[in-house]
Design a binder for this molecule. Structure first.
Ligand code: ASP
Length: 416
């Protein structure tokens, strides 16, 4: 299937899935066949198989393509520069995202006059979030195979980069192995292509199931919160990245937005930046024309530490919970929220729902009740899907901008 047709098919699959799911939710939830056979079995099984096959590719793809990327750079200075630029971009955009979210929430004030009885709350028990020091120590794998088996991204990234550097240093032996890795990389990309062909069905089932189970009733009492998060996500996704793209790289915004759609749908349906890594790397190299040496590094790193969408949700949620409990936040509280949400976003894994767990850390820092999370848990799945789409857009924007600045972007492919 042609690339453009595939994007259209995926988009239609998502739309039909959303429509069918909503119809099922409104009219057919009491029908036992619909609930048990269709939603809990057929949609669930196909959707889960799709997510698992995406995840299946993540570890081998990140390892192989990062080794290839690092080895092809052939120069440690360049690697350091790439790393520095990526870190700076990721941290600054996250801080910008959360500042935008706070500005919007303070203006609109969601949660004021909120009736707590109107939502069904689920008890929320905050899990212990890892300390910053531990996160840094954990970056070095004790055992790379164990890290791979557990899908731990940062240790995997560190090991793959070291492996790539060692290939460069190993002279002739390194050259032979690099050739093999390039072949493996081509094979992995074909695996991503196979999966893309199955995507419409997988995405249809995932979306239909989510919409069938997440009725509008759940959202109604929290509409204010929901709309503020959604608006901040849209503003950041459409305006902040467009300005950065134009100012820092001069590249076409329209091309970026239209070519990102497919990756965003993957992120939206899986609610996982990690599961979207293969598609995001493929999209950056094949459709934006980014060198594999850049994309293979910035995308997995971004999926692990760059969560602008998550930071936005955390900012709005903090103000919402403060309003519900009638607690005034001071200016220094807001600064604390910006700092902790930016750090929390580094520590948030790119899997569904973790952003909410890390929210506990932000609330704790400013002395807000962690139980407040129970109020918003009901609408979190849909917001998780949306914020993940923004998270992966940030990773791709950084990739394109950094690649352009390093002469690692083919403009013809980008503009095609
Ligand atoms: N689901 C998000 C991601 O994978 C993380 C989160 O906000 O929960 O990017």
């Amino acid at each position: 299937m042609q690339s453009k047709n595939l994007t259209t098919t995926i988009l239609l699959a998502m739309l039909f899935g959303g429509i069918l799911g909503s119809v099922l939710n409104i009219f057919f939830m009491e029908v036992p066949f619909i609930r048990t056979i269709l939603i809990d079995n057929i949609f669930y099984v196909i959707g889960q198989i799709f997510i698992d096959s995406l995840k299946m590719l993540v570890v081998p793809l990140v390892f192989i393509s990062l080794v290839c990327g690092t080895a092809s750079l052939g120069d440690i200075n360049k690697l350091g520069r790439l790393g520095g630029k990526a870190l700076l971009f990721y941290i600054l955009t996250t801080a910008l995202a959360i500042t935008l979210a706070l500005g919007l929430s303070v203006t609109i004030a969601p949660g004021e006059g909120f009736n707590q009885q109107s939502v069904e709350t689920v008890e929320f028990v905050a899990k212990e979030s890892p300390s910053l020091a531990q996160t840094i120590i954990n970056m070095i794998p004790n055992n790379p195979i164990e890290s791979m088996a557990n899908g731990e991204m940062l240790p995997l990234i560190v090991f793959s980069i070291l492996f790539g550097i060692a290939i460069v240093m190993a002279g002739e032996s390194g050259k032979r192995i690099e050739k093999h890795f390039n072949d493996y990389n081509a094979i992995m990309m074909q695996m991503v292509n196979i999966l893309m062909k199955l995507a419409p069905l997988g995405i249809f089932c995932l979306i239909a199931k989510t919409f069938a189970l997440q009725g509008i009733d759940l959202i109604k009492p929290l509409l204010g919160y929901f709309i503020v998060v959604m608006t901040a996500l849209l503003l950041h996704g459409l305006i902040s990245y467009s300005i950065l793209l134009k100012v820092l790289s001069g590249l076409s915004i329209r091309k970026f937005i239209s070519k990102m759609r497919r990756v965003q749908i993957f992120a939206f349906s899986t609610a996982s930046s990690n599961a979207t890594i293969p598609v995001n790397i493929e999209n950056s190299t094949n459709r934006f024309g980014v060198d594999n040496s850049v994309a293979s590094f910035t995308i997995p790193l971004g999926a692990t530490i760059n969560m602008d969408g998550t930071a936005i949700m955390q900012g709005v949620a903090t103000v919402f919970i403060a309003n519900v409990y009638g607690i005034d936040l001071t200016m220094s509280d807001y600064l604390m929220v910006i700092l902790t949400a930016t750090l929390a976003s580094i520590g948030t894994a790119g899997v569904p729902g973790v952003g909410l767990i890390m929210l506990a850390m932000v609330l704790n820092q400013v002395g807000l009740p962690v139980e407040g999370i129970a109020l918003i848990i009901g609408v979190d799945r849909l917001l998780d899907m949306m914020r993940t789409a923004i998270n992966v857009t940030g990773d791709a924007a950084a990739t394109v901008i950094i690649a352009k600045s390093e002469n690692g972007l083919n403009k013809e492919i980008y503009n095609s």
